[in-house]
Every structure is written in C-alpha cells, then in structure tokens.
Design a protein around this ligand. Structure first.
Ligand code: FAD
Length: 411
C-alpha cells in the first residue's frame, strides 16, 4: 500500500473531484485536501451549454456530489480560494492569503481557460463567454425570445448554445472563420448534416467569416466582420476554444508543451506531482501519440489513474477517448479521434437523423461519430479499443444489428 500521507489537489472541477472521491474508494487513508477557486463544490460543465442553460436542470444536479459528501469522506474541500504558488523543494502549496499546505503528492487539475475574442469591443456589456456555472447564470436571464444573438465560433459549445437559444425563441446568427461548422473535430459530411439541422430551425450562418470588431457604446450593438459587413445584435457569445490552464505549473517549473506533460500514469516531470484533465498533454495510447483531450472522459479517467497511483494499486486500462454533444433532439456520441482518416463509411440515414460515420485509416477503425445511434457508438468504441480492422461493407450493412457486426469483427 501507499506510503503517501498527504494529498493536495489543486482545482476542484470534474477531474479534481473525481480524484478525491476515487482515492477514498480505493482505500486511501491519508489526508486529502481539494482546493478550488470557484465558489461551488465540484460540478459537471456539459449541462452549462445544454439543459442548465435552457433552465431544464437545477444547480444541485450539476454537482458531482452533494457538498456534505466530501466531509463524510473525510476530504477537506476548500472553495473560493486560488492556489498561487507551489514550492516543490519544500513540497508545499500556498493559497492566496498565505496559508500553506504540505503535501506528499500533489495533483494539478486546473482545467482550461476560455480564449478571449481578440478584437476591440470584446469587453462591452452584452458579450459573454461560457466556461463556469457563473457564466451560464449570467446568460440565462438575457436569453429572452426575440433577442438577437451572435455566436462567434461553430464548435460544439457554440452550436449547443445556438440550439438552446433557437429553442427559446432567440434570433441566432453563427459566425465561423472556417468554411464549415465543427471543422476542427469532424468530417465535411457530419459538418454538413449539423449545418442543415440548424438552418432548418432558422439559425443563420456566416461561414469563412471573421469577427473584426464588436461595436456599441454602452452595450454591444453589432459585430463588424473583416469584409466590412455588420451583423446587428443584442448579445454575443464567444465560443472560440480554450487553452490549458498551466499558469501554476509553469511558475513551478514543471515541463509544459501546450499542456502539462504527463506520462500514461499522469505523472509530471516532478515525481511527486500528477496532473489530470483539460490541463494536460497525455499519451493517447490507442493512437501512438500524445494529445490534449478536452472531455469529461479524460478528466474522469485521469482522476482514476492518478488516484490509483497514489493509493498504490493498479491503474485502470485507458478507454478510447469519447465525447458527446446534444443539439435539439440530436444526440451526437463520438468515440475515438478521426484525425488522419483516409476512408469514411456511413451507416444508417442522415435523412432519418440516425446514422454513424465511421473513420478508418488503412482499414483500421479510428473513430465513430454516431447521431441518435447508441449501439454504433458503444460498438465502435470497443472496436477502437481493440485496434480492430473492419470491412467497410460490414460496417454499413444495415441488415444486421451493429452488436452482431462488432462481435464478428472481434472474433
Ligand atoms: P475543470 O472542470 O475546468 O476544473 C478545473 C477547476 O480548477 C476550475 O474550477 C478552476 O477554477 C480551478 N482552478 C484552476 N486553477 C486553480 C488554482 N490555481 N487554484 C484553485 N483552483 C484552480 N465534455 C464532454 O465530454 N462532453 C460535453 O458535452 C461537454 N460539454 C461542455 C460544455 C461546456 C459549456 C464546457 C465549458 C465544457 C464542456 N465539456 C464537455 C468539457 C468538460 O467539461 C471538460 O473537459 C472538463 O470539465 C475538464 O475537467 P477539469 O477538471 O480538467 O477542468
């Protein structure tokens, strides 16, 4: 069993919260202190652009655990406080205000920061970003029917917010610098499908369009585009991506390469310090390279692995990366990473709004985007985890349930 007595976790989000609870589940008996700068106990962010934003989910359902669960597990949860310094030589973390906490093992779970719109006027009232529950709380009351919203960035969060806003009766325009929505994360075919779905519900798109300035005096009035046109609006939501929050690790001299560098056991360049969640660049074991994963899956998995290492038990096997996005009545579930695919196989029907896009490279399955098709998501994920090659004709054969196709491919 572990020789470690004191664990300090910096960042009380999805990953930090998971690590703390998991340590106790694994029988770790030492001290656990979980510190977060937000006022809330650890909570899940996905509903912030989905059911929490639309008002269908209350705050208490965002929380990973009721706040009292931490005390019940003998975990000291400190909220509303930032860790400002790590003294690696003395093994101490310093909180704002000066309090110091000694550690034997430290876990950095500092998450990400939203990219700010790099244009004049981005600080005008009426311009919003969405990362925290507080951000969503600020948006909800202004999401009034008839208001004109410009969403800058057609990534998952931008499109989810557009879907909620349209459903609530706002007038929505999405600006995207690339030629298609979701360009960074999916194929032209799947982008085209989501574009059509939004357009059918009245969302306007300005593609290959860049915001150059936010105009207004007291409040935002319009977004000025690079080509000189203006899109009049009452509200702007900037969803142009995130950056790993590596500030604390950087000042502590820990190795960073667009994310805190960790090995498969979530160890940083300092043997007493682990890092997990959005802030890390980790080995992607199914793809033979490293990468950053901005997902609940990676946050939870990192928490489980770091907790196992500290508790002195075997870490779990890595899953294939997975993610989801809810837009209107469409549930998109993604397993794997499609970058570098050389073949796309469609199964099901885009017209019926239930299909899966399988991405292969040299015959091996890399990823699947499954829309309203949970069996294809689950089966595809297993195939990716097993490094399976599947004949394209088998993947698209709708005469057989996908489970059968998967079982045959794994036999
Ligand atoms: P976070 O959850 O961001 O937690 C990090 C915490 O650390 C923050 O509370 C931060 O304030 C705190 N912190 C940072 N520095 C310090 C410090 N020095 N001292 C104290 N505290 C500090 N993922 C999916 O898989 N599916 C989805 O559908 C999905 N939807 C999303 C929708 C939205 C609107 C957002 C914002 C994210 C979404 N994600 C989704 C991504 C997912 O929520 C993140 O990948 C996940 O939250 C990462 O967990 P984390 O613990 O690494 O970071």
């Amino acid at each position: 069993m572990s020789e470690i007595g004191r664990v300090v976790i910096v960042g009380a989000g999805q990953a930090g919260g998971e690590a703390a609870i998991r340590l106790r589940q694994l029988g770790f008996k030492g001290e656990i202190t979980l510190i977060g700068e937000e006022p809330l106990a650890p909570y899940q962010r996905p509903p912030l652009s989905k059911k929490y934003l639309s008002g269908e989910m209350p705050l208490d359902r965002l929380l990973l655990k009721p706040p009292e669960a931490y005390a019940d597990e003998n975990i000291t949860l400190i909220t509303g406080k930032r860790v400002v310094w790590i003294d690696r030589a003395q093994k101490k973390a310093r909180l704002e205000g000066g309090r110091e906490l000694a550690y034997d093992a430290l876990i950095l779970a500092t998450g990400s920061k939203v990219r700010e719109l790099p244009v004049a006027g981005a600080d005008l009232p009426g311009v919003y970003m969405l990362r925290s529950a507080a951000d969503a709380d600020a948006l909800r009351p202004v999401f009034q029917p008839g208001k004109r919203l410009v969403v800058v960035g057609a990534g998952y969060i931008g499109l989810e917010v557009a879907a909620v806003a349209r459903t609530l009766g706002l007038d929505v325009t999405v600006l995207e610098a690339a030629a298609r929505p979701l360009a960074r994360v999916t194929s032209p075919e799947v982008s085209g499908f989501f574009l059509e779905q939004h357009v059918a519900r009245g969302v306007r798109f300005e593609l290959s369009a860049q915001a150059a300035v936010i105009k207004g005096d007291e409040r935002v009035r319009a977004v000025g585009l690079k080509d000189g046109r203006e899109v009049p609006c009452d509200l702007v939501l900037a969803g142009i991506g995130i950056l790993p929050d590596v500030a604390l690790a950087e000042t502590a001299g820990i190795a960073i390469e667009d994310g805190i560098v960790v090995d498969a056991q979530m160890r940083t360049s300092d043997p007493s310090i682990y890092a997990i969640g959005d802030c890390v660049r980790r080995p992607l074991v199914h793809y033979g390279r490293t990468g950053r994963l901005e997902s609940v899956h990676s946050a939870i998995e990192g928490g489980k692995i770091a907790a196992a290492m500290i508790a002195g038990v075997a870490p779990p096997m890595e899953e294939a990366p997975w993610f989801w996005s809810d837009q209107y009545d469409l549930k998109l579930q993604i397993a794997g990473l499609s970058a570098g695919y050389d073949q796309l196989v469609l199964r099901g029907s885009m017209e019926k709004r239930a299909f899966a896009a399988f991405y292969l490279k040299d015959g091996k399955l890399l990823a699947v985007d499954a829309v309203n098709s949970p069996a294809e998501f689950l089966g595809g994920k297993r195939l990716i985890e097993r490094g399976a090659s599947v004949a394209p004709a088998a993947l698209s054969d709708m005469s057989k349930p996908f489970k059968e196709i998967m079982t045959a491919a794994l036999a």
